[in-house]
Design a protein around this ligand. Structure first.
Ligand SMILES: [Cu+2]
Length: 133
């Protein structure tokens, strides 16, 4: 009985992987302005190397901050959130950066925020969904 449950779990994870696999990308592009990410939703494969090109088309510094799984920014983005950051990149106004990071190994939905003061409250929020590769 135990092995049947395990088998079902294995089959389920293959099905889930197949569903998410088609949309997951290892190359991302994000455009940032006051106060939005475009696009604001991303799907990446777990544990893979991800290349992201972050364009800042705005007039102030913007950040693409990925929070740890299960951690979301509360009322406002502050010092207490720094410890819960998985990865971040900061881009100057009118600047662009192409950088890489390793996707989290744990599938799930990760909150993306801009860490520049006031931007989180202004709605500069996105989501990063990590799926089994
Ligand atoms: Cu911002």
């Amino acid at each position: 009985m135990k092995s049947l449950k395990f088998f079902t779990l294995i089959v389920l994870s293959f099905v889930l992987a197949a569903c998410g696999g088609s949309k997951a990308a290892t190359n991302l592009t994000v455009d940032m302005v006051e106060f939005t990410f475009t696009p604001s939703e991303f799907v990446i494969p777990a544990g893979q190397e991800i290349t992201i090109t972050a364009n800042n088309n705005g007039a102030v510094v913007h950040e693409f901050v990925i929070m740890n799984l299960g951690e979301t920014v509360g009322e406002n983005f502050g010092d207490e959130d720094e410890a819960n950051i998985y990865w971040e990149v900061e881009v100057d106004p009118a600047g662009t950066k192409t950088v890489t990071f390793t996707a989290p190994t744990e599938p799930g939905e990760y909150q993306v925020v801009c860490g520049t003061e006031g931007h989180y409250i202004a709605g500069m929020i996105g989501s990063l969904t990590v799926v089994a590769p």
